[in-house]
Design a protein around this ligand. Structure first.
Ligand code: ZN
Ligand code: ZN
Length: 805
């Protein structure tokens, strides 16, 4: 491999060789018209791979189909074959293609146009489509490429003017379907059900084809997303070059004595200790994992992942290896490029110019030019944020560096998939950041290799999603009893509640939307009207933040990232739902602190285990009351705390789903944990378990919150709660309950195996602790987790359902 040996000695924790794979071609299915074969042939596609052919044939025969294979495996051919063959053989047929982003739809449009087939008439329909174009699309287009938001806001409500298109609808293609997770996924699941209802109204039943990155249980996810039985194709038969995959942990820095810890959580005066770790929105700048987010009572213990990535990038470029580095933030990507350039120029003046940063501020053409330069070797190193839409052609590189686990195995493999050409080996390096999940993964390669990727988690039953979606459906076309099964078992009680609240009206023929205007529902938000983010100087609307996370994300003084550009909030005006901001790129990040309480509203399921019922594990509805009371400003590079600023924001109440476990005082005594140490033990276990939940569910730790307490009023016991940070729940807590043993044993392992003494960001410290990471008992956390695990795994669990709290 290309990196300097002395670095590897300290940092290389594992090397995995993924062997090259020859492709398995298949003949063209006999139903593919010759004109399509020859058009594809002239684009260099002489035969499909077997998985493409099988998935295409399944969809052609009318089965709802999901194809879930890796980057570059040619999923698009699997849906293009049946869709285009249908258009070529049936004059009236139409196709709807749905992608999560406009950029992807634009890529797909280019590829369809390039095929130059007679009468296909593809067109995008999104926020950029002009009024005249929209008329043309509705009247003439046969392939409409759009996104779920446009389907929800534009096509379904305006169905009457889409009648030609809907009548002909034969296929609905849902591309990148793994992107539909959490609350967004729950909304999209209902948008697709509304589409099915509307298609039925126009007397057609389209076949759904889903294309997904390799994802855990695509069959179940596909069924949940569409509400239909699907057939899954998961075997990738395309050829691949071999990949040497290295796991890398930055070395420990020389130890410096820790300062005595002090709680910096104001307003904390609960008689029983409780620690709170509220979720914050994923786009919060504090999520920048590479700006170390250490509390003031901990010194940095490892070299930062950013510096390691910069060094590895420089090593690679010096060795002439074409390398793409993925970094979590734009600022981080720029820092990596700058550091790599500097060290290369020191070694060989001028060599630094072969490295560039790839930024969202660039125009599309500029970005494509950078990609071309990297592919043809003009550039040797490119540092990019992983949020950016890279071009589909940017594959076949010699090396990929991944600075920090990207959150899901699906994204990891997608990024790694940029490396490697058939017949030539490539290198991929995952560089761990200083957090429990990254640490766990670089020491547990079995969690990365040869393991199915995690299931995409979302919950169409979330009442906070279902209720507004039913309103949208009723506004499109009154709901009838016959429609109810489509929306699940809770549709009827939800409708009753909407009628009781005066939002819908019930008549003998069904449920009616009574307002003049349409329901205002944002698929990507989560309850409550959104807060507008407006640039003070120009009045320009930059975007919106849902009310749920506005207090965390756009409080006065917050550093706010929007599409890779940094802003600082001047004023959050809650009365007008607006945050005024100005562009500024300070060298600090902001980290909100809050105080939180959890009340159990109802218990859905509970398991009691261990002798004398030492341990219970429960899933249920909770009410989380929280108040953002202050924020810290921390230096980006060092993580040093600059100051703490007070805030004056009202309390917020979140009704959501939580998983929680309790341990009896007797069991803790018996395990040798003295009662004064319970708070630290539970708090540390809570942090680590929040950090490890993304291992089993496609959330990241910013989607979930937690609370631990030595005595909780509702359980009467020492308790650890982990809750979904979205109103009504997003499925994460539910998933945690289902796989609790796997989840908590990984948690125990990461804490037990961490080489620190007292706890560090790699194990039990949390970057978003509401309590300043105090107290934390690392060793006691291992004892408590062992106690919980041995109880849960030993006993045939006594399981009860639907208890009242
Ligand atoms: Zn540690
Ligand atoms: Zn905490």
């Amino acid at each position: 491999m290309f990196f300097a040996q002395h670095r590897a000695a300290d940092s290389l924790t594992h090397v995995e060789h993924l062997p090259p794979r020859p492709g398995t071609p298949a003949p063209w299915p006999d139903w593919v018209p010759p004109v399509l074969r020859s058009s594809l042939g002239s684009r260099g596609i002489t035969a499909p791979w077997r998985h493409q052919s099988e998935a295409a044939t399944s969809a052609w025969q009318g089965a709802h189909t999901v194809v879930a294979t890796g980057t570059g495996s040619g999923k698009s051919l699997a849906y293009q074959l049946p869709a285009l063959s249908t258009l070529l053989t049936d004059d009236r047929a139409t196709i709807l293609y749905v992608a999560p982003t406009k950029a992807l739809a634009a890529d797909q449009l280019r590829s369809l146009v390039a095929l130059d087939l007679p009468g296909v008439r593809p067109a995008t329909y999104d926020g950029d489509t002009s009024r005249e174009e929209r008329d043309w699309v509705r009247q003439h287009a046969r392939v409409v490429l759009t996104n779920p938001d446009m389907l929800h806001h534009g096509i379904l409500p305006g169905h009457a003017s889409w009648s030609r298109f809907l009548r002909g609808l034969r296929y609905v293609i849902v591309d990148e379907s793994h992107a539909y997770r959490g609350v967004f996924g729950s909304h999209v699941a209902h948008v697709l059900r509304r589409l099915r209802r509307m298609a039925a109204r126009y007397r057609t039943t389209p076949t759904f084809i889903l294309a997904s990155a390799t994802s855990g249980d695509p069959l179940r996810t596909g069924t949940r997303l569409t509400g239909l039985p699907v057939t899954a194709f998961t075997e990738d038969t395309s050829p691949r070059g071999g990949i040497t995959f290295a796991l890398w942990e930055p070395p420990l820095l020389p130890a410096s004595p820790a300062l005595p810890s002090t709680s910096s959580s104001p307003g904390f005066s609960s008689p029983a200790f409780a620690s709170r770790d509220a979720p914050t929105s994923p786009s919060s700048p504090s999520r920048d994992g590479d700006a170390p987010t250490r509390p003031r009572d901990a010194e940095p213990v490892r070299r930062s992942a950013l510096r390691e990535t910069a060094d590895l990038l420089a090593d690679a470029v010096a060795a002439g290896v074409r390398t793409l580095a993925f970094i979590r933030s734009r600022k981080g990507a720029e820092l990596v490029a700058t550091m790599a350039r500097r060290s290369l120029d020191t070694a060989v003046p001028g060599l630094g110019s072969r490295v560039a940063a790839y930024r969202s501020g660039y125009l599309r053409e500029d970005r494509r030019a950078l990609e071309r330069d990297l592919l043809d070797g003009t550039l040797l190193g490119l540092a990019s944020t992983n949020a950016l839409e890279l071009g589909v052609d940017l594959v076949g590189l010699d090396a990929v560096l991944i600075s920090g686990y990207p959150g899901t195995l699906a994204s990891l493999w997608q990024q790694a998939g940029r490396a490697g050409r058939a017949g030539r080996d490539a290198t991929c390096v995952l560089i761990a950041r200083d957090d429990p999940l990254d640490t766990y993964l670089v020491h547990h390669p079995e969690a990365l290799f040869g393991r199915p990727v995690e299931a995409t988690v979302f919950d169409p039953g979330n009442p906070h999603v279902l209720a507004p979606q039913l309103c949208c459906a009723a506004a499109e076309l009154p709901l009838t009893p016959a429609d109810l099964p489509l929306f699940g078992p809770t549709a009827e009680p939800t409708l009753d509640a909407l009628v009781a609240a005066g939002i819908l009206r019930k008549r003998p023929s069904g449920w009616y939307w009574t307002e003049r205007h349409r329901p205002d529902v944002d698929l990507r938000g989560a309850g409550g009207g959104p807060v507008a983010v407006v640039e003070s100087a120009t009045g320009r609307l930059l975007g919106t933040v849902d009310t749920g996370s506005a207090h965390h994300q756009v409080h006065d003084g917050a550093v706010y990232l929007h599409q890779g550009i940094t802003y600082v909030v001047d004023k959050l005006d809650l009365a007008d739902s607006v945050a005024l901001v100005h562009a500024e790129d300070p060298d600090w990040s902001t980290h909100p602190r809050d105080v939180t309480d959890v009340t159990v509203l109802s218990v859905r399921e509970t398991r009691t285990a261990g002798s004398a019922g030492a341990v219970t594990l429960s899933l249920g509805e909770v009410e989380v009351t929280s108040q953002v009371v202050s924020y810290q400003r921390r230096r980006l590079v060092s993580g040093e705390v600059i100051d703490v600023c007070e805030l004056d924001l009202p309390q917020r109440v979140l009704r959501t789903v939580a998983v929680w476990w309790t341990v009896t005082p007797e069991a803790l005594d018996a395990a040798g944990v003295p009662d004064v140490d319970w708070p630290g033990a539970l708090h540390a276990a809570e942090h680590a378990s929040i950090g490890l939940l993304p291992l089993v569910a496609t959330c990241d730790r910013w989607d979930i919150g937690g609370l631990s307490t030595a005595f909780h009023a509702d359980t009467g016991l020492p308790t650890v709660f982990v809750y979904d940070g979205h109103p009504g729940g997003a499925g994460f807590a539910e998933r945690a309950f289902e796989v609790a043993t796997d989840w908590l044993s990984a948690t125990r392992t990461v804490v037990a195996e961490c080489r620190c003494d007292q706890g560090c960001p790699s194990c039990v410290q949390s970057p978003k602790c509401g309590n300043g990471n105090n107290p934390l008992g690392k060793a006691d956390a291992v004892t408590v987790l062992s106690l919980v695990l041995s109880a849960l795994s030993r006993e045939p669990a006594r399981r009860t359902t639907d208890l009242a709290a």
